[in-house]
Design a protein around this ligand. Structure first.
Ligand SMILES: Nc1nc2c(c(=O)[nH]1)N[C@H]1C(S)=C(S)[C@@H](COP(=O)(O)OP(=O)(O)OC[C@H]3O[C@@H](n4cnc5c(=O)[nH]c(N)nc54)[C@H](O)[C@@H]3O)O[C@H]1N2
Ligand SMILES: Nc1nc2c(c(=O)[nH]1)N[C@H]1C(S)=C(S)[C@@H](COP(=O)(O)OP(=O)(O)OC[C@H]3O[C@@H](n4cnc5c(=O)[nH]c(N)nc54)[C@H](O)[C@@H]3O)O[C@H]1N2
Ligand code: SF4
Ligand SMILES: [Mo]
Length: 746
């Protein structure tokens, strides 16, 4: 970089706040405000503000580690990479390619996620790859595909939120998990709109709401059905929209009519008058939105639950209309892009299906391999972790810390220990890296260039601002080195832009089409929304993706990118065009402008109609009983990120949120005889955890809440239930049955 200011994006959550990095007086970089990025307009939360701390931290890894005589000792890169290649090659020779597993992360850039999926399928030839995004928004993704034919977190930019009439936030604690985004709902209320928050806890987000519904954890499906029942009963259905833009209404309607408000009140604990008030607030304005996050999604019925909220939106004519619709607030920095380019068990780049022969042909051609050589779909994340040490003998893990973050974590930890060989690439010695045979120290966000796709489907460029410390390599360099040692010399470039150029070609014609996006455009624009297919460029430059017409043969026409779809037709005057785009023609200088708003003309289904899916309430996999009478739910606090591997190593954040706790109602605390701050034991069928009680009336008396950011005796995931959603394979992080006991001093 010649300039001393490097505009880039935060390493943490899916908001991908814009920030500037400037040289710090003592070396390294400092965060400075970057007001031009519309998502955060300069605002940052404490995590983003302190992100540079980990770049220069003494606790980060700067040398590979190799297990020798039972302990991890520093080693050179040649030795470390050889050990990894040997470990994987031996497993493959002894047990076949599917005995090699790969586990990725939604924090990895698009380039890394793409290279990792290609590495698994082309170099290892294994079907056994999945990633932590399965634990994140997979239920919303599955429901989105089912209803709309396409999954993109938000089908509209966040800036639409303040201009709608009503927003229902279902199981999102935005105020703590995406603080700068709270502004959008604050502005909504300033503009006269209303906010409904659905959360068993009165969170900082719920405190902002006009109406807070506090259902029992795991009952959002019934709640949404009860609201839909009332919509029908009160004659609030948008008949014309249902007729013209949807299919399957009769079945979905019949299913909802079986959920009487009184029945729903018994299941959820939300009263009939509250249900009626919510329906009125949602239906009366011309425009309204439902946004879900992990609360309703991380359930063993998460896909149906999101489906029920989508049904409510469809019956009232919301999706595919300006300033209206359904969206999912994705979580990780690249939670969106990380699920599009092939680190998912069933997927090829461009959000293509691994089971689709045309998709296999297209991607195999880009990769220069025989389509028949590509393996089929593999196991989902928890199933993959559960198979470690039995069917899967060696694992390459990058960008995740499942010892802390996976459900039934003690079991997962034991499975990791039973592997023949474990390699982990990380920036710090995470709890999972500490179990590895080889640890590979990798570069961090500010030390390398790459793209991410934020929760709006906006593809962004993160730029390198400083060189990584000596002894550290990038994930792309790691994959390049391993591929070469395993006999694949070509196809794993270390330059991120080169990887992105290949990703463009691999994604061309797929649902998540990035072929019209270049690093140059990303550097000039505030991100580009996919789908963004390559156009014939008048100057004949830059946009040749190499995807000739033959490559697309047999692929269904991409309905999102057909002319007029998504409102990005020529001229950019339709409501879909990005209001932030420069005003030259369609704001794209001859390029496809990208697609800020989806579905305005048609949905991405074969017939262009959104599909109602008939769903019915069912109980959680584990309901309270005499032995385990309390519900446990889990989630986040503002100052820690995920497994805490990064944020627990930043002093300021650690001081703000030093350890786990068990949030409980005074009535439950009184029954236990526990005072605020007293250690309590929480016991589930999977194990026990100990942490101080935090007593507050902000939670239901039948429920306790634990954040999951810490390892050790306060690890929430020792308790959680790995019951999986049948469609998305999402584990039930948000509900399990526990017993709470006061810890007695002996
Ligand atoms: N500070 C911080 N920010 C983060 C992260 C982080 O770790 N820390 N992680 C990022 C990632 S990857 C993600 S996925 C997002 C997650 O963002 P959110 O989804 O906002 O986070 P959670 O705290 O997991 O869950 C949100 C709320 O769901 C509620 N809830 C629990 N059970 C239920 C239920 O059954 N129904 C309903 N309706 N609500 C329920 C919880 O009380 C909680 O307040 O945050 C991102 N941002
Ligand atoms: N009980 C409970 N459990 C949960 C959840 C919950 O709500 N409740 N939420 C789930 C959700 S939504 C998520 S997303 C998961 C997340 O949980 P994890 O998958 O554990 O996520 P992180 O803690 O972000 O782990 C990322 C790891 O990769 C490292 N890392 C960061 N950047 C890079 C990079 O560029 N390359 C490499 N190689 N490594 C890097 C970090 O240091 C860290 O060790 O947790 C899930 N677990
Ligand atoms: S809200 Fe998310 S992206 Fe923004 S600064 Fe905080 S962690 Fe980073
Ligand atoms: Mo997540």
């Amino acid at each position: 970089m010649t300039a001393s200011v490097t505009p880039t994006h935060c390493p943490y959550c899916a908001l991908q706040c814009g920030m500037n990095l400037t040289p710090a007086p003592g070396g390294g970089v400092e965060v400075a405000e970057r007001a031009d990025f519309p998502v955060n307009r300069g605002a940052l939360c404490g995590k983003g503000r302190t992100a540079p701390a980990l770049l220069s931290s003494r606790v980060r890894l700067t040398s590979p580690l190799v297990r020798t005589g039972g302990v991890l000792v520093p080693a050179g890169w040649d030795e470390a990479l050889s050990r990894v290649a040997e470990g994987l090659a031996r497993t493959r020779a002894d047990h076949g390619p599917d005995a090699c597993g790969v586990f990725g992360g939604g924090g990895l850039t698009n380039e890394k996620a793409y290279a990792l999926g290609k590495f698994a399928r082309v170099v290892l030839g294994t079907s056994q790859i999945d990633y932590n995004g399965r634990f994140c928004m997979s239920s919303a993704a599955a429901a989105g595909v089912r209803a709309f034919g396409l999954d993109r977190g938000l089908p509209f930019p966040l800036e639409d939120v303040p201009r709608t009439g009503c927003v229902i936030l279902v199981g999102s604690n935005l105020a703590e998990t995406m603080p700068p985004a709270l502004r959008f709902v604050t502005e909504l209320r300033e503009n006269g709109g209303t906010l409904i928050v659905v959360d068993p806890r009165r969170t900082r987000t719920a405190e902002q709401a006009d109406l807070h519904l506090a259902p029992r954890p795991g009952t959002d499906l019934a709640l949404a059905l009860g609201m839909l029942h009332l919509v029908v009963a009160e004659g609030r259905t948008d008949e014309a929209y249902v007729r013209d833009r949807t299919s399957g209404w009769e079945e979905a309607r019949a299913a909802a009519m079986a959920h009487w408000p009184e029945y729903v009140e018994r299941i959820t604990g939300v009263s009939v008058p509250e249900l009626r008030a919510a329906v009125r607030m949602f239906c009366e304005p011309e425009n309204a939105m439902v946004l879900t996050a992990r609360g309703p999604e991380q359930q063993s019925k998460g896909t149906d639950t999101v489906g029920a909220w989508i049904n409510l939106c469809l019956a009232t004519g919301r999706p595919g209309r300006p300033l209206s619709g359904y969206g999912c607030l994705t979580g990780q920095g690249n939670g969106q892009g990380g699920r599009e380019h092939g680190q998912k068990a069933d997927q090829l780049p461009g959000y293509r299906k691994l089971t689709d022969p045309a998709a296999r042909r297209h991607v195999a051609e880009v990769w220069g391999v025989d389509p028949a050589s590509l393996p089929g779909p593999g196991r989902s994340a928890y199933e993959l972790l559960d198979a470690l040490g039995t069917d899967i003998r060696s694992l390459l893990l990058t960008g995740s810390n499942p010892v802390v973050s996976a459900p039934r974590a003690a079991h997962v930890e034991e499975r990791l220990r039973s592997l023949d060989f474990l390699a982990v690439a990380d920036v710090v010695l995470s709890e999972t890296a500490a179990l590895a045979d080889v640890v590979l120290p990798v570069a961090q966000w500010a030390e390398e260039t790459g793209t991410t796709t934020n929760l709006e489907g906006r593809v962004l460029l993160r730029r390198r601002a400083l060189a990584p410390p000596e002894g550290v390599r990038s994930d792309l360099e790691v994959l390049h080195g391993l591929a070469a040692l395993l006999g694949v010399e070509k196809g794993f470039p270390t330059d991120p832009e080169e990887v992105f150029e290949e990703l463009r070609r691999a994604s061309a014609g797929g649902p998540a089409d990035y072929s019209g996006i270049t690093y140059r455009r990303l550097a000039e624009e505030n991100g580009v929304f996919w789908p963004c297919p390559a156009r014939e460029d008048p100057d004949g430059d830059a946009e040749d993706t190499g995807a000739g017409p033959e490559d697309r043969q047999g692929l269904p026409e991409n309905p999102r990118t057909a002319p007029g779809t998504g409102g990005t037709g020529p001229g950019g005057t339709s409501p879909g065009a990005d209001p932030d785009a420069p005003a030259d023609g369609d704001g794209s200088g001859g390029h496809h402008p990208g697609t800020p708003r989806l579905f305005l003309d048609r949905f991405a289904t074969e017939d262009g109609r959104a599909r109602f899916v008939p769903v019915s309430h069912r109980p959680a996999a584990e309901e309270p009983d005499d032995e385990y009478p309390v519900l446990l739910t889990t989630g986040r606090v503002v100052a820690q990120y995920q497994s805490g591997a990064q944020t627990r190593r930043v002093d300021e954040l650690n001081t703000a949120a030093p350890g786990p706790f068990v949030e409980m109602h005074p009535r439950l605390a009184a029954r236990l005889g526990a005072a605020d701050g007293d250690a309590v034991t929480v016991v589930s069928r999977r194990g026990r955890a100990v942490a101080p009680a935090r007593i507050t009336t902000a939670i239901r008396p039948d429920t306790v809440f634990m954040p999951f950011h810490w390892p050790g005796e306060g690890r929430a995931n020792t308790l959680t239930n790995p019951a999986l959603d049948p469609v998305s394979r999402m584990p039930e992080f948000k509900t399990c049955a526990v017993r709470v006991e006061a810890v007695r001093e002996d």
